[in-house]
Ligand binder design. Structure first.
Ligand code: GMT
Length: 373
């Protein structure tokens, strides 16, 4: 099949999922065409059957805001004709679903059919899409999608609650390739980061407000009172300066390492003892799943789709948003009990395996085949 994939190329779960999906499809012999304004950061040059088409954005003095959706639509139409696309799979509804719809209508005038599947990822529904400035367009585009999927039951319910969506939403969860994650802590990284008997607490995100990283720092501060521990903060984003200030205020700077953005986290996750995810809302929490695949239990909030990923009392613990004391208490009791920690590590890996790409890919392929029929 010739498949077009639209996604954001930047650091973020939706782009990661889209890229891994594209790579897996290419390995199965499909021709996969990524369309975006930059090459997705996880896409390497060397894979057969994978192509990247860059959206060129018009830059003219009249535009304070260059019309990206317009340029994207044009690119979809071009690629669909040149590469004879059978279907389009758009990740993150804004502005990808409405661009896909517009491209579909243009192609229709040329007697070309282009079905499109829209995968909802989270903030396109819970934050950005829910804004009055976006609601009408996104609702229309979701209803016009040939197939609509969401990455968790929670996101599906949020979509029906917040939008007048008539279309059936199929839940296809995020996935990981379990083989990519290590069995044992990476010894080189342990040498760099772990000092003696230190416990490693980890957080990975794009440092946006929704992640509540100040809670990560505060939970760590409480853990630090019971253990020799270090917090590794991986990623970067708008909240970074605020976090730095808080570390200084709490006199934790010597114990917190801002590692910055990493292209891949599979190795560094292996050296963590616990993973913290304190988000206000999280449609799924792909990073939590990645931690679990690395045998790292997760202390998280219970918001959005997190309870579908992190099983309370088995792979980690869930708490209400902002309940720093409870999160710290759970982390400390888990770190104190070696046997229980070992059991949680095993449970985490086992549960992560239920989200392996081998189980999830066929669900997308089944949809694609339905299109062709
Ligand atoms: O978390 C982010 O800010 C990035 C965002 C994205 O669109 O890349 O992540 C969302 O999609 C991921 C992949 O489906 C989910 O695992 C994340 O939970 C979701 N983020 C939120 O809902 C906040």
């Amino acid at each position: 099949m010739n498949i077009g994939i639209i996604c954001f190329p930047t650091f973020g779960g939706s782009g990661v999922v889209a890229t891994h999906l594209g790579k897996a499809l290419a390995l199965k012999g499909h021709h996969v065409h990524f369309i975006s304004y930059e090459k997705p950061f996880k896409l390497d040059d060397s894979t057969e059957n994978l192509y990247f088409h860059k959206v060129l954005i018009s830059d003219y003095a009249l535009f304070d805001y260059p019309p990206y959706e317009h340029s994207l639509t044009n690119k979809i139409v071009d690629v669909a004709q040149a590469e004879k696309l059978d279907l389009l799979h758009v990740h993150y509804a804004i502005p990808h679903a409405s661009a896909a719809y517009m491209a579909q209508q243009i192609l229709k005038t040329k007697k070309i059919k282009l079905p499109f599947i829209t995968t909802l990822h989270g903030t396109d529904i819970t934050l950005v899409g829910n804004d009055p400035s976006a609601n009408e367009v996104i609702t229309f585009a979701m209803n016009q999608s040939t197939v609509l999927t969401a990455v968790s039951e929670s996101l599906k319910n949020d979509t029906y609650t917040n939008f007048n969506v008539k279309k059936e939403i199929q839940v296809i969860p995020n996935f990981i390739c379990c083989n990519d994650y290590l069995d044992q802590p990476d010894s080189e990284l342990s040498e760099i980061y772990v000092d003696g008997d230190e416990k490693i607490i980890m957080h990975v995100s794009n440092f946006r407000k929704v992640k509540r990283i100040e809670d990560v720092v505060k939970v760590f501060g409480l853990i630090k009172q019971s253990f020799n521990a270090k917090l590794l903060l991986i990623g970067d984003g708008p909240e970074r300066a605020k976090i730095q200030n808080l570390c200084e205020q709490l006199k934790l700077c010597d114990h917190i390492k801002m590692v910055g953005k990493l292209k891949s986290t599979d190795k560094i996750l292996s050296i963590a003892d616990l993973f913290l995810l304190t988000s206000e809302t999280e449609s799924f929490g792909l990073v939590a799943l990645e931690a679990m695949a690395s045998r790292v239990p997760v202390i998280s909030t219970n918001s959005g789709g997190l309870p579908e990923v992190n099983i309370n009392g088995k792979t980690g613990y869930l708490s209400n948003v902002g309940n720093i004391e409870e999160m710290a208490k759970n982390a400390i009791s888990l770190l104190k009990d070696e046997a229980m920690l070992k059991q949680f590590k095993e449970n985490s890996r086992k549960h992560a395996e239920t989200f392996d790409i081998k189980k999830i890919l066929p669900q997308y392929e089944a949809i694609y085949h339905r299109f062709l029929q």
